[in-house]
Design a protein around this ligand. Structure first.
Ligand code: GLA
Length: 385
């Protein structure tokens, strides 16, 4: 997890020469992301506030003059696979292949004439940790083919293609956040993204505020089914109100209808409606350096994801509690991403970095029997920026 982008590029280029006995034509990189606030809002047409991070997926590649795609995935157990662009079957035996296949199928809807490629893939986003290793993989594939074949592909369209691959091919009904920030993130900035119309605003991250990520190292199980269920529940409430998405429902309307929907559905919707407001508040507070407001919004966000949306684990709750004890109102901390395990994110003033590290290192393993991984991140630029 400490490799820098340039090291990944060198590695991918070297492996490409070994694997294909010729030099790569290009090397492309797409970042993973951390979501500072606004989780499970994107597929409700709501607001999210992520940043692209200095961990990602790198691909070394060369064109082919046939329709074959040969992939060497350095970080996977079964590393080599090949398929034809004309083959749209799901690969049961090598799951990672489906991200490549699904993404290229989506790309070919717009650019049907592309040829295949030889690819070497490597990366340093921890898998299954809620930092969007799969979205960075999809966006890296799209950037690679856009470069190889000089395609007129913009970042927002690429993000929609990556999401389509997940929704229609891989089988996860994710929203647009991860792919969009991986494509369009801005160096040194977080982004307030309105998932209803895909408009966004870049917000500078203050230099004296570190983006801290701690991986609880709880591997997420049955994620897709639990995630898809949450989405269905949100859609059921939107349907009850006769609107296209929960974005259109206000807190007053929700409370007025409390007796008419089940307590569980009420809680799910309550999270989404309140979380949208917190994401917008956080952007405004960041602009005015109002850390107490950011701190309160992140705290409420975690509580809401824990109690209303029920996607945290005791390990994530424990990490948030111990870090919050150090930060108080001088920083913010919450779970990040889809949940059910994975990471927490903290905004930590430079002066408190050492203390936050200590509290995690001294307590997490003792309490939960798992070693934490700590990543000190920077906000980086997306692949299409
Ligand atoms: C996953 C999905 C995103 C988003 C988050 C939760 O990362 O891929 O679309 O829904 O969960 O905010």
């Amino acid at each position: 997890m400490t490799q820098q982008v340039s090291e990944l590029q060198e590695l991918a280029t070297k492996l490409f020469t070994q694997e294909f006995s010729s030099a790569a034509e290009i090397v492309c990189h797409a970042p993973g992301r951390v979501n500072i606030i606004g989780d499970h809002t994107d597929y409700n047409d709501g607001f999210v506030f992520p940043a692209a991070i200095n961990f990602g997926t790198t691909i070394a590649a060369a064109k082919r003059d046939d329709k074959i795609v040969k992939v060497y995935a350095h970080d996977c157990d079964e590393q080599s696979n090949e398929f034809s662009l004309t083959d749209s079957s799901f690969d049961q035996s090598m799951m990672w292949t489906n991200y490549v296949k699904g993404t290229l199928l989506a790309l070919m809807n717009k650019f049907p004439d592309i040829n295949g490629a030889n690819l070497v893939v490597t990366g340093n986003v921890p898998q299954g940790a809620g930092l969007s290793s799969s979205a960075s993989f999809e966006i890296a594939i799209l950037k690679t083919f856009a470069e190889l074949y000089q395609l007129d592909l913009d970042g927002v369209t690429a993000a929609l293609m990556g999401q389509q691959a997940e929704n229609d091919f891989v089988g996860c009904n994710c929203g647009i956040m991860d792919q969009l920030i991986s494509a369009m993130g801005q160096q040194g900035h977080a982004m307030l993204l309105d998932c209803k119309d895909l408009s966004f605003e870049d917000a500078p991250m203050p230099d004296d505020l570190a983006i801290f990520i701690v991986n609880s190292n709880v591997k997420r199980g049955l994620v897709d089914s639990a995630y898809n269920l949450r989405r269905e529940q949100c859609e059921a409430v939107a349907k009850f109100f006769g609107v296209s998405a929960l974005r259109e429902v206000t807190m007053a309307q929700l409370h007025a209808a409390k007796e008419k929907i089940s307590p569980e559905l009420f809680k799910r919707a309550h999270h989404v409606v309140s979380e949208n407001a917190r994401a917008v508040t956080t952007l405004q507070a960041l602009k005015t350096n109002d850390m107490a407001t950011i701190s309160a919004a992140m705290k409420q966000s975690h509580i809401s994801l824990r109690d209303d949306f029920e996607v945290t684990t005791k390990e994530m709750d424990g990490l948030v509690e111990m870090i919050d004890g150090v930060l108080g109102v001088e920083g913010g901390v919450r779970m990040t991403g889809g949940g059910f395990g994975g990471c927490i994110v903290a905004l930590v003033p430079t002066g408190l970095v050492a203390q936050v590290k200590d509290v995690v290192n001294n307590n997490y393993e003792k309490e939960f029997g798992l070693k934490p991984s700590i990543y000190h991140c920077m906000a980086t630029k997306g692949a299409f920026r």
